[in-house]
Design a protein around this ligand. Structure first.
Ligand code: UTP
Length: 281
């Protein structure tokens, strides 16, 4: 299966950091956000990846490219451990790049990948969302998409006060945690929301989505919303994600995620905890 990673957004919630630096390249502990996304794709069996990028996003391409100068220098200095890490990054997968010239929304970004995808189901993984689980989130979706012969999205239960920030699904539960979706609303008011199940940024979509995107008008935020196009699909399922997702697109969640991931590293756990106790005191 191929996958599309939209990463062309302006990242306005993260300004001024994102003025000349892509949000998807913000480090979360020891690597850029988009590297976690690509590692999830690879762990899900995907080896053909299309990144939709835009102006000022060249560092994404450079990160996944070879860097002969750097490799030579590391070899000369005998830094073979870090050389191995650097080489692994550029060998992760076949990555193709498509440029979205104007940021017209997530739906429009996905539509840019139409010719590369062809006529098969494909995965979509947002470039600013990290997921953590025993079985990768996208792998869970690929398996369920095959079982139900349908497009499918990953969802997570969110508290009432967060409902207005997400695309929300409504429908009937057909088996444990799997819903047949009959309603989709982008950023609804709590009183109008069909549930608390929020779309978290991982999808497997059937190719008819491209026709629906082309027939979708701009809506919330003056953008072509993927949610509006998905609402036109004949069949759509949702899977309550068995794991945890992290939204890196806003400052506080990015900071929390970095701390949580750093605490998981035995090398720094004690030092970081001591430091945190000290500043809290
Ligand atoms: P977001 O809405 O979170 O990204 O889109 P944004 O528009 O960059 O963020 P803010 O709201 O201005 O802070 C989710 C993903 O879709 C991509 C983004 O790069 C992000 O990874 N995206 C969004 C595009 O590729 N193109 C677009 O036109 C919009």
């Amino acid at each position: 299966m191929k996958c599309v990673i939209p990463a062309a957004g302006l990242g306005t919630r993260f300004l001024p950091i994102t003025k000349a630096q892509p949000k998807e390249m913000l480090p979360v502990y020891d690597r850029p956000t988009i590297q976690y996304v690509i590692e999830e794709a690879v762990a899900s069996g995907i080896d053909d990846i299309i990144i939709v990028n835009g102006k000022g996003k060249r560092s994404i391409e450079d990160h996944f490219d070879r860097s002969f100068e750097l490799e030579e220098s590391l070899k000369e200095k005998g830094k073979f451990d870090i050389l191995k890490t650097v080489n692994e990054i550029s060998n992760l997968a076949d990555i193709f790049y498509i440029r979205q010239k104007k940021q017209k929304g997530l739906g429009d970004a996905i539509n840019h990948a139409k010719r590369h995808i062809g006529d098969e189901p494909f995965a979509v993984m947002l470039g600013d969302i990290i997921t953590k689980s025993d079985r990768p989130c996208t792998k869970q979706l690929i398996d369920l998409s095959e079982k139900y012969n349908s497009s499918i999205v990953a969802v997570e239960k969110v508290p009432n006060e967060k409902v207005e920030k997400y695309g929300i699904i409504g429908g009937s539960e057909v088996s444990n945690g799997v819903y047949n979706v009959d309603t989709l609303v982008e950023k609804p008011k709590l009183t109008e929301s069909p549930s608390n199940l929020a779309i978290i940024g991982r999808y497997v979509l059937y190719p008819e989505i491209f026709d629906h995107i082309e027939n979708t008008e701009v809506s919330v935020g003056n953008e072509i919303q993927l949610t509006d196009a998905m609402a036109k699909l004949d069949l759509l399922y949702a899977n309550v994600f068995n794991g945890r997702s992290y939204d890196i697109g806003n400052k506080i969640d990015w900071l929390k995620t970095s701390i949580e991931f750093a605490l998981e590293d035995d090398e720094f756990n004690d030092v970081l905890l001591d430091y945190m106790h000290e500043i809290v005191k």
